[in-house]
Structures are given as structure tokens and as C-alpha cells.
Design a protein around this ligand. Structure first.
Ligand code: GDP
Ligand code: GDP
Length: 438
């Protein structure tokens, strides 16, 4: 599982600036779709030796209320789930009484902490940190979130402190199983669906050793099928910890870790509740991850036709950017519609890992451009010449041409839709990368 690094500190010290810098999606490969919600509290850190979950506690509490709010229940929980805390202070303010107070509370937690002295661009970095030695948290680390100074070194430093079990590449344990993560908001029906998929009679008891934070990996096979799977169960925590409060049992961190770990996601949506903010945020994480996807609209039983239409409309409106995924209306409770979910998991995985030939991609590109020319920019037409595959899972199509850095978002989406349709790439997101010259 990805390690969890959590940002903590007073308001305005630069937590969200650092969060944004660390989570910035790679080279804007991920298109911005209308309606896509980006989570400003939880993200995948991409600067550093390996990916990790990064949490900004600043957005969680109501910062105006000060220290008490910082230490409120949700922050407490985020801190508990952390593998390493980055305690941020502002060199321009010097060491404030609140910093001293937070440091005292943090030390009590017994978690590894690195003290980050931010805004060190505003003065000599060696002077910037001197005031903070008295916090007793070891050597302060000078950084500038806006300028990007000291950030890569900081993350390298954190990785050096992580226990060995966390300091490994998740992708190393490859086998022929498709890893399927079942994710969704609390009470969407994840546990019920997993029990269905595993077969009613197999009520597995989940008390494998390990920390309560881990998701559970359940290997399983389908009778009569060759493909083998590993289910990643993000709802397992509750069963083990016997937590009944739905908010308590739901962990965004665990969900993010599961998404990163998986090949294919099953996103479970509660049709009784409709599409909410949490669904949209999860969908945003899934888009950013590039994972293949199958959507299960659950609790389809007992819905009257009006309610069914309402959910269909909501989905089309709020989650239009998930239109690459196959959508199933299911009842995990009664088992209807569940049987075909795994067929589409197989399909999504096959498409995500497919080899695409250069001549075919180039031919499709030419046809797309012929039918709908890219726009003129400053009197010159953008030229797109040829395409080849640049990666799998998700498939990346590299397009060569001129002025490719100004291809508008709408034209990118046109190309993505075109490629998806022509190549019949259901179930997987598709990414474009542009190269100018040659
Ligand atoms: P948060 O409340 O801790 O999340 O703080 P923000 O990230 O919102 O930053 C508060 C202010 O400090 C913003 O105006 C940032 O632009 C500024 N800021 C953040 N990091 C730096 C930095 O490294 N150097 C300077 N000079 N300003 C910064
Ligand atoms: P989780 O929090 O996502 O793991 O959700 P659970 O699997 O624990 O389900 C939450 C509640 O929804 C339970 O009371 C389930 O019995 C109920 N539930 C799950 N699937 C369905 C379904 O397909 N139809 C109906 N009507 N209820 C369901």
C-alpha cells in the first residue's frame, strides 16, 4: 500500500500550496472534463521516488477556529492514518505560541515528524530555520512551496524515514490476477457486493493480522473461467474494527490506496441516495489514477420508474466524464445484474492493456483531422501528423505535430472520443500526449 504523508500546521503556512505542487498531475496528461471535481484534501503525490497518498488537514477543519479545530476528530483521524507527518511553519512569522502548542501535541502522538520551515525563499535559508530548533522536532527543513525549493529533497528524506515495509514498489508483486478494487461512499453496498461476488456461502472472516488501516486482499476465481482475480476490499475495516458509524468506517485514504493498487475499479453508487458530492470526488480520483473502470449503480431494486430516471439523469449530468466505463444497474442484495460485472472487468482490463499499432493510430488520426480540422492559432493551423502508442494501462497515444502545446481542451476531447470509438476501447480511460517538431 502507498505510504501516507500528512500535512499539518496553522492556517496560511502554505499547506495547500505544497499539496498542489506535490499532486500536480503529470504533464497535464489528464484532460480536464466539465464537472470533474478535484479533491483538495487527499491526493496522490507524484514528486519523489515513488507515489504516496498526501493529505492536507488544513482543508478539513475550519481553520478560523484555531488549534482546537486543527485537532478535531477528523484531523485526529487523518493524523492516525499517517505514516509520516509534515509539520509546516512559516519562517516569516517565526516560531509562534501556536506552533509550540501544535508541536507539543504532535510529539505526544509518537509518529515520525519532519518540521518544514516554509517560505524560506523570503530570507537566507540557514537563518530561516534557526528560530525553530526549539520546537524539539529535530533539524528543521527549509523549503519554499511556491518556488519548489527543498521539496524533492524533503520527500526523499521522508522516504528514508519510512519503515521498510512501506518503502517498496507496489507494482513489484505482479501476477496473472486482475486486481479489482471495490470502492464507493459509505453504505453504497460494497460489502454486500463483495459477498455476492465471492459467493454467498463463503462468508470469509477477515481477521488477518496487520494494521487496521490496510485494505484486504481476497484472491478468488470464478468457476468455469480461467481468469483469476484479487479483490481489494476497502470496506473491510468496519468488519474488523466493528465500527458502526458509516463515516468512521469510510476512509478516503484507504480508498485512494486501493485505487492505486488496482488494475480495474468497480465504483459502487447508491441509487437510493443518488449521485452526491462524495461520488463525484471519488470519480475525480479514479480519472486521475487512469485505472480501468466498471460502474455498478446499486440498490436498483425497489426503485420506482421516476427514481430510476432521476438517477440516470444525475449520472449523465454529474458524471458524464465516466462515459468510457460500462454501467451496470445491479442489486447486490438480491444478486440481479451482478453476474456480468466481472465480464466487463475482464473487458476493461483487456482494453487497458491492449497493443495499438502505429499505422492504425496514424490512420485514425488522419481521418479525425480530415473530418474536423484543429483550429487556427494566430493565423497558423495546428498540424497533427502521426500517432503511436506511448503506454498501456491506461493506453497513452502520443501525437506528433506542430504547435501541439496549444491544442484546445475541446479538440483533445474530440480526439479522445474518436479514438475510443474507433478502437472500441470501452472501460479504460485514454490519454493523449503531444510532441511538437520532427
Ligand atoms: P494553508 O492555509 O496552510 O493551506 O496556506 P496556503 O497554501 O493557502 O498559503 C498561504 C499563503 O502563503 C498564500 O498566499 C501562498 O501563496 C503563500 N505561500 C505559500 N508557500 C509559500 C512560499 O514558499 N513562499 C512564499 N513567499 N509564499 C508562500
Ligand atoms: P458498504 O458500506 O458500502 O460496505 O455498504 P454495505 O454493503 O454494508 O450496505 C449498506 C446497506 O445497504 C446495508 O444495509 C445493505 O443491506 C444495504 N444494501 C446493499 N446492497 C443493496 C441493494 O442492492 N439493495 C438494497 N435495497 N439494499 C442494499
Amino acid at each position: 500500500m502507498l505510504p501516507v504523508i500528512t500535512l499539518i500546521g496553522r492556517p496560511n503556512v502554505g499547506k495547500s500550496t505544497l499539496f498542489n505542487r506535490l499532486t500536480r498531475t503529470r504533464d497535464a496528461l489528464v484532460a480536464d472534463f466539465p464537472g470533474l471535481t478535484r479533491d483538495r484534501q487527499y491526493g496522490i503525490g507524484r514528486i519523489g521516488p515513488r507515489p504516496y497518498v498526501i493529505v492536507d488537514t488544513g482543508g478539513i477543519g475550519s481553520a478560523a477556529e484555531g488549534i482546537e479545530a486543527l485537532m478535531e476528530r477528523q484531523v485526529q483521524r487523518a493524523v492516525e492514518e499517517a505514516d509520516h507527518l509534515l509539520f509546516m511553519v512559516d519562517t516569516r512569522d517565526g516560531c509562534t505560541p501556536e506552533d509550540v502548542d501544535i508541536a507539543r501535541r504532535l510529539r505526544r502522538l509518537g509518529k515520525p515528524i519532519t518540521l518544514v520551515v516554509n517560505k524560506s525563499d523570503t530570507m537566507d535559508p540557514t537563518l530561516a530555520v534557526t528560530d525553530f530548533h526549539r520546537l524539539g522536532l529535530g533539524d528543521p527543513w527549509a523549503a519554499s512551496a511556491t518556488q519548489g525549493l527543498g521539496i524533492r529533497g524533503l520527500i526523499d528524506h521522508v522516504f528514508e524515514q519510512l519503515p521498510e515495509s512501506l518503502d517498496e514498489d507496489a507494482a513489484e508483486t505482479e501476477d496473472d490476477r486482475i486486481k479489482v478494487a471495490v470502492v464507493g461512499r459509505p453504505n453504497a453496498g460494497k460489502s454486500t457486493l463483495i459477498n455476492r461476488l465471492l459467493g454467498e456461502e463463503r462468508q470469509v472472516t477477515f481477521d488477518s493480522p496487520g494494521t487496521t488501516r490496510d485494505s484486504i486482499f481476497i484472491p478468488f476465481e470464478r468457476p468455469g473461467h480461467d481468469q483469476r482475480y484479487t479483490l481489494i476490499d476497502t470496506a473491510g475495516l468496519r468488519r474488523r474494527a466493528r465500527v458502526h458509524d458509516p463515516i468512521e468506517k469510510f476512509s478516503v485514504i484507504k480508498t485512494l490506496q486501493a485505487i492505486e493498487e488496482a488494475n480495474v475499479i468497480i465504483l459502487v453508487i447508491d441509487a437510493h441516495e443518488g449521485i452526491g458530492e462524495q461520488d463525484a470526488t471519488l470519480a475525480g480520483h479514479i480519472i486521475d489514477s487512469g485505472r480501468a473502470l466498471v460502474v455498478a449503480i446499486n440498490k436498483w431494486d425497489g426503485l420506482d420508474p421516476d427514481a430510476r430516471n432521476r438517477v440516470r439523469d444525475q449520472f449523465a449530468r454529474k458524471l458524464a466524464f465516466l462515459d468510457f466505463a460500462k454501467l451496470h444497474r445491479v442489486s447486490a442484495l438480491y444478486g440481479s445484474g451482478v453476474g456480468h460485472l466481472l465480464d466487463d472487468v475482464d473487458l476493461a482490463y483487456a482494453n487497458a492493456t491492449r497493443d495499438l499499432s502505429t499505422p492504425e493510430l496514424t490512420r485514425l488520426l488522419e481521418a479525425a483531422v480530415m473530418e474536423h480540422q484543429p483550429p487556427l492559432v494566430k493565423g497558423r493551423r495546428i498540424k497533427l501528423r502521426y500517432a503511436h502508442q506511448g503506454g498501456r494501462n491506461p493506453p497513452i497515444i502520443v501525437i506528433h505535430g506542430n504547435q501541439t502545446d496549444v491544442v484546445p481542451e475541446t479538440y483533445k476531447r474530440y480526439l479522445i472520443n474518436r479514438f475510443r470509438k474507433e478502437l472500441d476501447l470501452l472501460g479504460t480511460p485514454l490519454r493523449l500526449e503531444f510532441k511538437s517538431g520532427s
